[in-house]
Design a protein around this ligand. Sequence first.
Ligand SMILES: *Cc1c(COP(=O)(O)O)cnc(C)c1O
Length: 449
Amino acid sequence: MAVKPRYRAWFESLHDPSERYALDEVVYTSRDGGLLQVVHDMDALRQTSGAEWRRLFEERSHRNEWPYGSGVWGKKEWVCPEIDGEHVVSMYEGHSNLFWAERYGREIGLADLWIKQCGNSHTGSFKDLGMTVLVSMVKEMIARGKQIPAVACASTGDTSAALSAYAAAAGIPAIVFLPRGKISVAQLIQPVANGAIVFALDTDFDGCMEIVKQVAEKDGIYLANSMNSLRIEGQKTVGVEIVQQFDWEVPDWFVIPGGNLGNVSALAKGLDMMVELGLVSRRPRIVCAQAEAANPLYLSYQRNFAVFEPIAARPTLASAIQIGNPVSIEKAIDALRRYDGIVEQASEAELAEACAHADRTGLFNCPHTGVALAATGKLARRGIIRKDDRVVVLSTAHGLKFVDFKVKYHSMTLEGIASELPNPPIELPAVYQTVRDTMLAEIERRAKH
Ligand SMILES: *Cc1c(COP(=O)(O)O)cnc(C)c1O
């Protein structure tokens, strides 16, 4: 039997391949102040053929062998190869469902529209995919004798939920910095329940980020934000998983909402590895969808990415992407260039109506997914996405984390939004005749639409 090659990965500067660090070093940026990326020894990975990788990933999928039963760790050699299986902290994340949104697709003129439900996950968002890798590495570092008193993040809600859950599972203290009053109750209660030290600060996300950077730098707290590129390694499995779910057929389009822009970069990175290692031979196109209120990437795209200027993000219902100065901007622009990318935006009314419309077809969307659905609809109407193209929309969080927004939509109290599809409960006395008359009238009224 052939000897298994030794798989290796390391941090590397985006601009200088000679600047490298081990993955268990506490380092977040390169000497020039830019982000680091995780680079894999591709020659070692290439000793296994594309067909063999496909077979291996399929064999591990939905099985129980630790830690390969996780959708992320089933691709361990591509993610974080040197970590000891014993130190992996996993909730068997990944394997979220991908389904044909037949009715919604038909209603917006697309015959082959699919939704990847990344929010059907342990803490209700795709952030679990990255956090399993980061917290596992911290557990390994502590086992190797590194002094790490706690892990911390600034968050618009979902990162802190994921960090708190994985840290609690590992018995590692977690600290989260949240913008006070700017996240949903469901998002706030998760770190509270998981026992993290929760700070609600009188600032926005960018202000929380400034604080967490300082505690990382001055107090030796390990930084869990996506500027830590370990998270990207877990998140990048989503594209591989989707293509695997299509029996290794590459769809025509991926549509993904973007805020700090780590996830769009991760999606592209996973797809890159599939092409480079011969699992697939073509590249899809990628659409990054932004809220109009927080659209710095969209503005840059309008100028062919010749310039990028951070903006002050305005409030948006899509609160997890209310970010004006995205940390992964450089990686995201590179990714969109490689994938013939498009950036589209959605107004508050467009995202709310897209969510409500899709919900009527059986979905239950978070507002960020609404941004992606609205962008998809706009590109379909313009004929850029064609009727028979296969399109995958990445739904980033579970709708149940964002019910406040739906309650307001259906009670028609969202400022500046018409609520074209309101469906408030009908309040009546419990009298059969009254209920019956109203019910029959309602059935008739709805049949006409
Ligand atoms: C974090 C998050 C995003 C944005 O991802 P980025 O990597 O910051 O672009 C989108 N949707 C939801 C629900 C999120 O939690």
